[in-house]
Unconditional design. Sequence first.
Length: 424
Amino acid sequence: MRIRPSTAILEFQQSSLGKIEALDANARSFAARTIENDAYMAEALALTEGSIEPLERARAFLMRGSCSEASSILHNLPYKNDEELGEILLEKARLFSFEGEWQKSLECADHAYSLKLNSLTHFTVLQVRSVVLFELGYLTEALAALAPIYSLAKMFPFADHEIFADSLKVKILSRLGLHEKAGHLISDIWERWLRKGNFNSVQLLSLLRAMADVAIGKGGCPTSLLYATYLIAKASGLGLYEGMAVLQLHLSSIAGQKQAWSDEISTAVQKFSRIRKLISELNSAADDQVSTSISISTSARVLIQLKANRESLGSAQCQTSGLHREPSHLIFVDGSLLVSLSPLTFAVQKFPSQIKRALALLAEGPVARGDFFSCMNDGQKYFRDTHDGVVRTLCHRIRKVTGLEVESVNNHLQLKKSIVVKFA
């Protein structure tokens, strides 16, 4: 099997068990990036396999967030024709977007767009260009730029572009103040994604980031949702997304918890110029600038609103328990999804109503056994000798249905190494 996603021809074969196997280093790198969504492996191959072509190596470094390495490859990279130039310009546009250089990114994307490109590259250029327009504050233009992406998606039904376009559309609607419409759309996209069953971490992160934007736009502070993006990005090796999530978590944390993210913030600031730019925008933006100027990126405006939401809410509506331990599972109760973090796997899990109620209670952190029983039984008073067996039976049922263990510590119940993620 030979595929040509860009200017390189990649060699694959189908094993006797039906598994698609890469036959060379370029194919292994491509598979690590696009099939396995393993940025760690992609970067490892880029560092150790000398036969990997420069563009594929640059893509691997970008996925990991290693912008300086990608930049050194893309600088003065030779090309033979418009198609190869378009590939280079596309990766430069992505590099500049990773660095928060939105105007430079737009110039590269526009140049690539003007060239004669293969359909898949054209598809990706349109996607990058729409994101850049969004970040520059041209929301209606970004929305219009999504239209051809949906047309091209018919040619590439297994590509990720449509779900990325959907996620960006949700974020645009949210920034335009159409919060209810954005909320309904992200729910529909999530259900379609679950039915499709072709899960990967990059798609999931795109959806979760869009959900977070909707919640922030409505005045919320979706701490557990932001923590989920941090954990999934970290498990996948997507360094920039991990750094962005750390910055959001720092801003959404109540005063006593901000220190918990200080080391991660320092690392992200040192590694990513985009994080440094966002912090600079946060520090320098005045309220009137935020409302009228397009010199501030849209991501910075979202962060400013998140910070304002936290200050307005105080410690209210903030899920904090367990968010600084290392869980092994994430449970999206509202979204019927169970995520195992090591190794990173996804499973659709339809939760019975009783289990959903129990998990929602446990999401708030350790719950006294008596309070847990009363909440699950419409306020009925708890008597240890009479009702302790009922509580144990329900905990056993949670484990049987979800595979998750409920542990008792000092007569309080909590999920063991698991976090329940709320969509709002």
